[in-house]
Write a protein that binds this ligand. Structure first.
Ligand code: ADP
Ligand code: MG
Length: 248
């Protein structure tokens, strides 16, 4: 029987399990992300954060459990494809096409997937670039941009599709430290505009400043979660304390 999604949650996972061969990577994960909420996933390497995010984007399929994104039950394989186009994804690697300008990268999916006119795509693309502070870089090629600027183009590319939810997997991990702030700054402004976001990051300052909710993953389970004040200020679990001690 199909359960209805939790009333206000825009992203909801219930009892999500995933294994790769003998390795059980997710061992029953429940998460809810309300509309306009920013949820930050933290945890050691290998704890299952990326797998969880990939399941939310339907890039990976859960073995068991239920997943809803923007009202679409991804566990219903007939409906899962609906979610493409409604979610934005930003990864550690920017994956820009080197022979296309910033604007060309941002408009590509609008032209090829949405099939809107060049004029309308360019307009939306320029708007998206303006939102990430790169209005003046529309005609620049990726090689002419810093890593931080390239990642902002990747964010603009996702924004141009007008996503209901944005997923970020370690968006600043490939950047030189001095470039991290411009990317987290853009993410902060999206959060302030009310974008629903799920973010895997090691940037604990971003998590502290921007997250509504912090989820600590450990060994394929949510070990602890709560407000940033609670999780960072008074972590209940020894494993959380150890992790925070290492990264803070
Ligand atoms: P995190 O993002 O927290 O570092 P991941 O979700 O990437 O964790 O990985 C969790 C575990 O699953 C790791 O042990 C990783 O090696 C393994 N894993 C992830 N993807 C695959 C895959 N496609 N095939 C096999 N093992 C995988
Ligand atoms: Mg990862």
């Amino acid at each position: 029987m199909e359960r209805t999604p939790p009333t206000t949650a825009q992203v909801a996972l219930s009892g999500v399990h995933k294994r790769f061969g003998d390795l059980e990577v997710l061992k029953g994960v429940d998460i809810e992300v309300g509309s306009g909420e920013v949820v930050v996933l933290i945890g050691a390497s290998g704890s299952g954060k990326s797998t969880l995010l990939r399941i939310m984007c339907d890039l990976e399929r859960a073995d068991r459990g239920e997943v809803w994104v923007n009202g679409v039950p991804l566990h219903d394989r007939k409906r899962a494809p609906e979610i493409f186009g409604h979610v934005g994804m930003v990864f550690q690697q920017f994956n820009l096409f080197p022979h296309r300008t910033a604007l060309g990268n941002v408009t590509l999916a609008l032209l090829k997937v949405r099939k809107i006119s060049r004029k309308a795509a360019d307009e939306r693309g320029r708007e998206a670039l303006a939102r990430v502070g790169l209005a003046d870089k529309a005609d620049a090629y990726p090689a002419q941009l810093s890593g931080g600027q390239q990642q902002r183009v990747a964010i603009a590319r996702a924004l141009a599709m007008d996503p209901a939810v944005m997923f970020f997997d370690e968006p600043t991990s490939a950047l030189d430290p001095e470039l991290v702030g411009e990317v987290t700054g853009v993410m902060r402004s999206l959060a302030d505009e009310g974008m629903t976001m799920v973010v895997v990051t090691h940037e604990m300052r971003f998590a502290r400043d921007t997250a509504d909710h912090v989820v600590f993953m450990d060994g394929g389970v949510v070990l602890e979660q709560g407000t940033p004040e609670r999780v960072f200020g008074s972590p209940a679990e020894a494993r959380t304390q150890q992790f925070l001690h290492r990264v803070l």
